[in-house]
Design a protein around this ligand. Sequence first.
Ligand SMILES: [Zn+2]
Length: 270
Amino acid sequence: MTRVSVALAGDCMMTRGSPVTADPRSLALRDLLVGADFAVANLEVVPSDGAGHPAGSAAGGGCLIADSGVLDEIRALGFTVLGCANNHALDMGTGGLLDTMKLLRERRMTFAGVGRTLAEARAPAYADGPTGSLALISCASTFAAGQEACEPSGRLPGRPGLNPLRYRLEVRVTLSQLRALTEIDETRRQRSSRRDELVASLNPDLVALYERQRAGGGAGAGPLQGRRCGACRIEIDRGELARISAAAEDDILRCPECGAILLRVRDFGA
Ligand SMILES: [Zn+2]
């Protein structure tokens, strides 16, 4: 049986420079990609020689425009098959997209997901190698209105663009699951009003500190459990612990590791 090896990479967002360095890990990655029968990536930049004009989001600073030479670097890395349907494909408008397609064809790179019409953008692209053939379909579910390709209609030409994938999320639950969800909602509502009452009784600065700490993604507060912070579970060193023990009862203490407010709860796992 013939083996076909395919290396699949994610977004290729290179805008300049050679991605391969003298780092052995970098060289090993290149060897892996070059050694595969097919290496596939998502071309997340617009390789540009100046064609097209920045689109809305691109003009706002969110553009990924590269010198067209990056395509040669991408090819030298072993990538010969590229998916092109993504939210940056039209950063330089349809003019830039048509130029991307031209630059890819000139380099004989296989690409899918964009085209002069919807049919072209939807079509699979085929790559043939000594061990077999590969077909690629590329589509995007995140894109701005008007970036999707469209078919010609009557005397109107088609619109160059990407292959759009629209989807709708539908969750089906049983009656008992729905009841459980309703119960969770009710409990949450009760807890939330209880929380509001408690917050009103606390020092606003302390509440603000707690909320800032929580906004960072961790726990806002945790009990001091022996030498351990109850929020991050890391042991506090003896020096810090001595400072904590010496602190006044109403001092606000924070974990030196995670920043959580430390609660000195009497008899809590001391
Ligand atoms: Zn901590």
